[in-house]
Ligand binder design. Sequence first.
Ligand SMILES: NC(=O)c1ccc[n+]([C@@H]2O[C@H](COP(=O)([O-])OP(=O)(O)OC[C@H]3O[C@@H](n4cnc5c(N)ncnc54)[C@H](OP(=O)(O)O)[C@@H]3O)[C@@H](O)[C@H]2O)c1
Length: 288
Amino acid sequence: MKPTAKKTAFITGVSSGFGYLVTKMLLEKNYFVVGTIRGGEARGREVFADQVDKINDKSLVLIDAHLDQPASLLHCIELSIQLFPQGLDVLINNAGYGLLGPIEIQDEKQIRLQFETNFFAPLLIIQKLLPLIRKKQGRILNLSSLVGFNVFPFYGTYSASKHALDSITEALHYELSEFNVQVCAIEPGGFKTKFSPNSKIGSLEHPEEKIYAKRIKNFNTFLDYVQKKIEKDPLIVAGKIVELCEAPKIPVRVRVGAEAHLNWILKKITPDQWRIRIQDWLYKRFFF
Ligand SMILES: NC(=O)c1ccc[n+]([C@@H]2O[C@H](COP(=O)([O-])OP(=O)(O)OC[C@H]3O[C@@H](n4cnc5c(N)ncnc54)[C@H](OP(=O)(O)O)[C@@H]3O)[C@@H](O)[C@H]2O)c1
């Protein structure tokens, strides 16, 4: 078991993107990190080939977890609870992906899996690990998104899963501040991880797919543009997450990136009917 002096962190989805970078940064800060990864330690040893010493000395423990499979998720939580006998300083619900495209052609199973990963898994992990977090007066960081507070076409069900995560984050803040447990939703704009390449457009075999074909094509062109021209260095978000692990006092919502800030301002200062008109115009002009 790990020495008790080390700060402890549990993070989901460490194979790439923000999760991978944050894991490496926390290890540099001498944290004991438990990370979830589909493929378990075997894949973890490849991903963290330059951190094998940390895996060998058990500063980094990698647990296999498919967050959209309840049995795998529960097994992972049970293992994790045993790894933090002294309590948990930071829980980072990071893993997630985007099911994109028109709502009409997404099938129910795809939507449910999206919610399992992006909402129900973080919710269950929070419930089960809270006694350990309370013990350390620790904190919970949930990776939401700018679509966790604003709405875009073709991001509908992804956006709904992040709105749900955003909502429980704020509710937990009210419920847990009494115990000095802090909670934060991180709401980034676009950053260059595997998120965009891994994002899927729902069922292209759907009979109504053809009525959306032109807009899907234009949307894919838009996504390519976003990936090439707009997405920024993911180290910016990873650095912010690590800052939130360490800062004495943290806000309930943190936006990262220009698009997130612009969307927040639009949402806050514009009356709803005007905001929707403006967004209508922008989406027709730039998305489709
Ligand atoms: N990048 C952005 O622009 C952006 C913006 C706003 C919010 N976010 C959010 O940031 C978080 C991290 O994403 P990222 O940008 O770092 O993307 P990423 O590079 O694709 O990383 C996502 C991580 O989540 C894991 N994951 C996805 N589905 C899973 C499942 N069902 N079970 C277990 N693990 C799963 C992936 O594992 P595998 O390697 O096994 O697939 C990977 O480790 C996500 O919640 C995303 O919604 C990203």
